[in-house]
Ligand binder design. Structure first.
Ligand code: AHM
Ligand code: MG
Length: 336
């Protein structure tokens, strides 16, 4: 019986076309996939395995950690540290970079991840996800924090796992974007969404409107024009969504188009924050995926993937999605 193409087969076939590929990269992606299957399993079982609720601790950004944030982080480390493919790891849930233990060999890749994004949604059983990004490091030995501070254009691969009604993995290695659905019976991600493309036009946007009074003028103008509908300057009605789970929002945009915004606002500026979402393990991997699917991803004026990161947990404004809408938002930012 034909179960279709597994994600492992797909990656191996892709890598075979790259001259000089050693198989290290395929093996690293396999370890990441294993981590995501383990997290998917815990998320699916939820309260049955006592995984819900707060862990009574905070991460480096002062956010309360959920039990599943910590568990997912541990699963990611356990699945990837031993293999000899990574020189270091960095995660939303760890203050500093994670050094590979003495007993394991070091590899040529760096891995950044948000083990469970949107975790405020866990206890209410709404979709959450894992986001990851793979960078290269050419020197031997242990990684330093500085090695991770590469612009998003240097990413070798990026992806996310979405734990929703079905669990999915969406991946890019710079040759388009492909989506795989977890077949729980055989424990494999199967290619179900080949060559995903974001439609250039849309009539749907996503933003946390409760921050409206803090937005900058270009975002306020864009949203006001959408809300004005057929009578306004856009001449059409728009629909709005806010899941508060970036993986689920990006997945919707990859499936049917749309705009996602977590823009800069005066409330965050007053706290000295550069935005809500983190550059290295949220904004950059999502930008790589969105651009590979034909969309755009900017801070407002600037392409996110061209930013030079200043620190591991740096935050940035994020505006991404259907090309024609993001170009419009970019032009509003350049004017104002
Ligand atoms: P997290 O990494 O702590 O889960 O935060 C990131 C999440 C995104 O998935 C989502 O877009 C955003 O935070 C929601 O923020 P808000 O609660 O302000 O609407
Ligand atoms: Mg996150």
């Amino acid at each position: 019986m034909d179960h279709g193409t597994t994600i492992t087969q797909f990656i191996a076939q892709e890598q075979r076309q790259i001259p000089g590929a050693t198989g290290d990269f395929t093996a690293l992606l396999n370890d990441i996939i294993t981590a995501c299957k383990m997290i998917s399993n815990q998320v699916n079982h939820g309260a049955l395995v006592g995984a819900l609720g707060s862990a009574d601790s905070e991460n480096v950004q002062g956010e309360t950690q959920k039990k599943l944030d910590i568990l997912s982080n541990e699963m990611f480390i356990q699945s990837t540290e031993w293999s000899g493919h990574v020189a270091g790891l960095a995660s939303e849930e760890m203050d500093d970079i994670y050094m590979i233990p003495e007993e394991y060999p070091r590899g040529k890749y760096l891995l950044t991840f948000d083990p469970l994004d949107g975790s405020s949604n866990i206890d209410v059983n709404v979709s959450v996800g894992t986001i990851f990004s793979v960078l290269r490091r050419d020197e031997a030995g242990d990684a330093t924090e500085g090695d991770f501070l590469q612009p998003g254009t240097k990413q070798v691969a990026a992806g996310y796992a979405l734990y929703g009604p079905s669990s999915m993995m969406v991946l890019t290695t710079g040759r388009g974007v492909n989506g795989f659905t977890l077949d729980q019976n055989i424990g494999e991600f199967i290619l179900t969404h080949p060559d995903m493309k974001i439609p250039a036009d849309t009539a749907e946007f996503a933003i946390n409107a409760s921050n409206g009074r803090f937005w900058e003028a270009p975002v306020k103008r864009y949203v006001d024009e959408c809300l004005a509908g057929t009578e306004g300057p856009r001449g059409k009605d728009f629909n709005m969504r806010w899941i508060a789970s970036m993986v689920a929002e990006v997945h919707r945009i990859l499936t049917r188009g749309g705009v996602f915004m977590y823009p800069m606002d005066s409330k965050m500026a007053a706290k000295g924050l550069g935005g809500k979402l983190r550059l290295l393990y949220e904004a950059n991997p999502m930008s790589f995926i969105v651009e590979q699917a034909g969309g755009m991803s900017i801070t407002g004026k600037q392409r996110i993937m061209e930013m030079d990161p200043g620190s591991l947990h740096q935050r940035v404004p994020v505006i991404l999605g259907s090309r024609n809408e993001i170009e419009r938002l970019q032009s509003y930012h350049s004017e104002g």
